[in-house]
Design a protein around this ligand. Structure first.
Ligand code: PLP
Length: 389
């Protein structure tokens, strides 16, 4: 797989380029096989089979049952669906009204919890240390008989820090607390076995793993109370109304198949790229840059901060400089009305606004090359010269 040489794409945590095999696999479902999977005739049967085969592929990948997989529109929708679905379906059955997450969750989790709180729930937030790892001892103190549901992400999208979801699941299982993990940045990149981990629910998204945009999935353990978020027809076993995005779902399943067969070699290759990138950065800026999350971190994501004492820290201008020089990177934080807000994740790690404002995220894919890393480092050399105070 190659990418246009004039631009180097190091923003793979934001989204990825569709894999050619995925694209090929989708085409007939945009054209020839157009039937509605709910239709009884042969056109419908054809797409129904494709839908259920795709479900089996995804279920097998995380060691779930096909009936535990729900296809939906995005990772964001999956998170909204799971968190609202479990909370609201449990309302009549239990008096538990406390939820918890961490201070570094994606906005999809934070905003879902805000919305659920408008219905009589309260939330608690676990803090993180300066390596963006959750404070497990603090989390343990949150566990009590009023807690219904916890949501802690697997891999943080801004820093790459990996959270101890196995340990959390183990702890929560004993207390009969539902546990969701946002696996949008880990799904397809590290092995996930929902039975071994013991999570109640998990969210994933197709466009982060070289699949099409507009498709996500939710794993929800069988027997878990779960109400729909989108009401309508009886699709997805009455949990997500609306005619299914068959081409997208077929493409997602193909991306999962590819991820499964290439996961190990991809990880090794990307880790090498990341290590070379870090070595190069250290050679350029030495102790005047900081790597956020050095240990227990995803090889796919690198968060770097330029020391505000040495550099004019303005991530927006830095990103524009990189873009003009052919490098696409990110600051990892939300961009509202053209202005970049200091990242809640970096601030949660105990850092200042000026530190957050000098933070850039580089995120790698197996189709990046060593040559691209070398070129990027040359551009970064120019960038540090330009932004030095
Ligand atoms: N969760 C995490 C950790 C993410 O990185 C993202 C997307 O960047 C999402 C959720 C939302 O996924 P989607 O873009 O499919 O809505």
């Amino acid at each position: 797989m190659s990418i246009a040489k004039e631009h180097i794409y190091l923003d793979n945590a934001a989204t990825t380029k569709i894999h050619p095999k995925v694209f090929e696999k989708m085409l007939p479902y945009l054209n020839e096989f157009f039937g509605n999977p709910s239709s009884i005739h042969s056109f419908g049967r054809k797409t129904r089979v494709a839908l259920e085969e795709s479900r089996e592929v995804v279920a097998d990948f995380v060691n779930a049952e096909p009936s535990e997989i729900y296809f939906c529109g995005t990772g964001t929708e999956s998170i909204n669906f799971i968190l609202h679905g479990i909370s609201f379906a449990s309302q009549a059955e239990t008096s538990k009204r406390t939820l918890f997450s961490s201070s570094i969750e994606h906005h999809a989790v934070l905003e879902s919890f805000k919305s659920i709180c408008e219905n009589g729930y309260t939330t608690q937030s676990v803090s993180v240390n300066d390596s963006y790892q959750i404070d497990f001892e603090e989390l343990k103190q949150f566990v009590d008989s009023d807690v219904l549901l916890g949501s802690i992400m697997n891999v943080n999208n801004e820093t790459g820090s990996i959270q101890p979801i196995n340990k959390i699941a183990e702890l929560l299982k004993e207390s009969e607390i539902f546990f969701h993990t946002d696996a949008v940045q880990s799904f397809g990149k590290i092995e996930i076995d929902v039975k071994k981990i013991g999570v109640t629910a998990l969210s994933a998204s197709s466009h982060k793993i070289y699949g099409p945009k507009g498709v996500g999935c939710a794993y929800v353990k069988s027997g878990t109370p779960l109400s729909p978020l989108i009401h309508g027809g009886s699709q997805e076993r009455n949990r997500r109304g609306g005619t299914e995005n068959i081409a997208g779902i077929v493409g997602f399943a193909e991306a999962v198949k590819i991820a499964k067969s290439e996961m190990k070699q991809n990880e090794e290759f990307v880790l090498k790229l990341k290590r070379n990138f870090i070595d190069g950065l250290n050679a350029i800026a030495g102790k005047n840059i900081f790597i956020n999350s050095k240990e227990n971190t995803s090889p796919y994501i690198l968060s770097v901060t330029f020391d505000p004492d040495f550099y004019k820290n303005d991530a927006e201008s830095m990103l524009m400089f990189l873009d003009i020089n052919g490098i696409a990177a990110s600051n990892g934080a939300a961009c509202n009305s053209g202005t970049i807000k200091a990242s809640h994740v970096i601030l949660a790690g105990g850092k200042s606004e000026s530190y957050a404002n000098g933070t850039l995220r580089f995120s790698f894919a197996p189709y990046n090359t060593e040559e691209e890393i070398t070129i990027t480092l040359d551009v970064l050399q120019k960038m540090v010269d330009k932004f030095r105070k």
